[in-house]
Design a protein around this ligand. Sequence first.
Ligand code: NDP
Length: 326
Amino acid sequence: MFRGILITKDDAGYKAELQTIDEAVLPAGDVTVQVEWSTLNYKDALAITGKSPVVRRFPMVPGIDFAGTVLESTNAAWQAGDKVILNGWGVGETHCGGLAEIARVKGEWLLALPNSFTTRQAMAIGTAGYTAMLCVLALEKHGIEPPDGEILVTGANGGVGSVAVALLAKLGYTVVASTGRSAEADYLKALGASQVIDRSELSAPGKPIGKERWAGVIDTVGSHTLANACATTQYRGAVAACGLAGGMDFPATVAPFILRGVTLYGIDSVMAPLKVRQEAWQRLSRDLDITRLEAITREIGLSQAIAVATELLDGKVRGRVVVDVK
Ligand code: NDP
């Protein structure tokens, strides 16, 4: 038996509760992990509140990521005592996840904890931070360099957005942060944003094509924001789209793509191949300023995770939330 959050759905409805869970609930897997830290990502908040059909099997332990120590393994790659991290692979959606003391998963889903991070720091980064790095890598591989111009980050106060601002600033880019919380402008500037704009500048229906501004964009919002970002991206610039915090729709035209050669990169962290994950975590070790990471991280216990999930969906959470599962 172990402590964790369990989501159930039956005649009584959809419910997430902190409880004592029987190990028999855990699905098959060749590695059992003592979870030390997990996090609250946007998707976890959707799963816990039931606001979107993220959870596909019941009962389910939510938590799309975790860091901890291997307890038992029949997978040759892992031994008891190894420090590991996991992001995605349907964990917390179709396979019990990280918001519990014990997780049982497939060994091929695990990565060794990078030497430069503690398990807490790895989860302060979490899936949000690793996704921010995937977006940065997409812009870099496109060939965008700091002198090319401004990089727009939307949803900048969120988990992905905050880490993206910090990473881009450390790499020397000029970052424009778009947010609905202008009261947090100082926080964003401390992270490295050169300018903070109100998200209303991007969220209303706009023209198919507008004045060229951004050398690159990291978008966590979707909908009109993404369409307007594409419409105002410079000739041969690139947009990395990873989120839908403002909506799943994409009310755009092809104009930016066929008239300006803009490239739209889709970013998925869940099923990304091992090599891509390794590169992202290696670059996080090199390029993320740990002091800045600490400044954007709030620590909570398992008993607070359900309440904080609602706050997160209400847009009241700034930066990253790390969950102490120990
Ligand atoms: P957070 O909730 O931490 O951040 C989302 C931010 O989006 C908010 O802080 C807010 O920023 C902004 N926002 C919220 N609602 C709206 C709205 N209605 N219109 C415009 N902006 C809004 O979430 P995460 O950072 O964890 O995730 C961000 C997005 O990225 C989510 O959609 C998530 O599902 C997605 N994601 C995708 C991944 C992938 O693999 N593709 C992996 C991880 C996340 P502000 O207050 O600054 O305006």
